[in-house]
Design a protein around this ligand. Structure first.
Ligand code: ADP
Ligand code: ADP
Length: 221
């Protein structure tokens, strides 16, 4: 589902060059749930951003869902991201002055889905994450775990094949973290969604199919 071949990423400023990824090759199968661990600064977010087509590698090749990425224009990339990928972040990235339903509808608005259908799909996604009773709440009125469930609903509302999650349980206590992890495990097993998750939590990582460890931009496991 995601193939990375010899990915290198160099960040250059006037004075410093940082080799953030040093030749990463990975083959992630459809339906796989992969976790990525490693110390701060080892390249985890860079790797996830490259898989999510938010950042370009300095060299190497990426194929996602059979499509070679380097042949796409920026517009095609944006469209591909919106249609095929779902993103979840540690800090939720919700829009505070939109209520829960409107937050979840956002990816569909971009796709020009009509209002009635947007509402139907967003309501359905919120049912999946067990948040049907908070549709008109605003993010500031929700607990951390509830905010992350809204973010998951937003990520899955367009039925993406792949979910990329950057420390989705990083801001949550262990009870809420486990709830979020259970939702991700269910999306993976029931809907066959491929998931790549960056985490600092060995317990969460053990629940996934495979663990990749990075150190200084190199895969060590
Ligand atoms: P992690 O997510 O594992 O903490 P990152 O992928 O964020 O690691 O960063 C990997 C390395 O690249 C670090 O050394 C970091 O300082 C560097 N880096 C990340 N983003 C940038 C950037 N925009 N410009 C320069 N260096 C960066
Ligand atoms: P937790 O203890 O799980 O962190 P909170 O104590 O923050 O949860 O909230 C408990 C419940 O009250 C949540 O379900 C949340 O939706 C609701 N809630 C919290 N703050 C507000 C608010 N300002 N307005 C309306 N509902 C709120």
């Amino acid at each position: 589902m995601i193939k990375l071949h010899n990915i290198e990423k160099v960040y250059r400023t006037d004075t410093i060059e940082t080799l953030a990824l040093n030749g990463i090759s990975l083959d992630i199968e459809k339906g796989e749930f992969l976790s990525v661990m490693g110390p701060s600064g080892c390249g985890k977010s860079t790797l996830l951003n490259i898989m999510g087509l938010l950042d370009e590698p300095s060299s190497g090749a990426i194929t996602i869902a059979g499509e070679k990425i380097d042949r796409m224009s920026d517009q095609q990339l944006a469209h591909f991201r919106n249609k095929r990928l779902g993103f979840i972040f540690q800090s939720y990235h919700l829009i505070n002055d939109l209520h829960v339903l409107d937050n979840v509808e956002l990816p569909l608005l971009y796709r020009k889905v009509n209002a009635k259908e947007r509402r139907r799909l967003a309501t359905q996604a919120l049912e999946k994450v067990g948040l049907s009773n908070r549709l008109k709440h605003f993010p500031t009125q929700l607990s951390g775990g509830q905010k992350q469930r809204v973010a998951i609903a937003r990520a899955i509302v367009g039925e993406p094949e792949i979910i990329l999650a950057d420390e989705p349980t990083g801001n949550l206590d262990s009870a809420m973290g486990n709830e979020i992890m259970d939702i991700l495990l269910q999306l993976n097993s029931r809907d066959k969604t491929t998931i790549v998750m960056v985490t600092h939590d060995e317990v969460m990582a053990k629940k996934t199919h495979r663990l990749v460890r990075l150190f200084d931009g190199t895969q060590v496991q």
